[in-house]
Design a protein around this ligand. Structure first.
Ligand SMILES: [Zn+2]
Length: 124
């Protein structure tokens, strides 16, 4: 098992600065503490139904909603589900966690690229 305080720094050939090591450890600790993470995007949508005589087809239209629409990629296709107010309240932190997780991964990747680019062994 890898030490939490020293993520990936057991390799003596690379030389992250103390600040880079500290940031990587902080990112790893935050990821470890995140909890569940739901992928996809949330949007509140107003819609029209299929009944031509409905108020949503009137002039001016009175659309249905707003509905909490959750969209994500599933097996290469777009999957859409509608969340109830209760579900939105329960799962909102999970969507927030996923957004934070993506940001932390992007920062860890950028940090790692900086360290790798500083490696003196590259042959141009
Ligand atoms: Zn309608």
């Amino acid at each position: 098992m890898r030490e939490m305080r020293d993520p990936g720094c057991e390799n003596k050939n690379v030389s992250p600065t103390p600040a880079q090591q500290a940031r990587a450890a902080a990112i790893a600790a935050e990821i470890a503490a995140l909890g569940f993470a739901l992928p996809g995007t949330l949007a509140d949508r107003m819609t029209r139904c299929g009944h031509a005589s409905c108020r949503c087809h009137a002039d001016p239209p009175a659309l249905h909603g707003p509905y909490h629409q959750w969209t994500r990629k599933k097996d290469g296709k777009t999957a859409t589900r509608i969340l109830t107010d209760d579900q939105l309240a329960d799962y909102q932190p999970w969507f927030d966690n996923h957004r934070r997780l993506r940001a932390l991964i992007a920062e860890l990747e950028a940090l790692s690229l900086d360290i790798a680019e500083a490696d003196p062994r590259w042959n141009r």
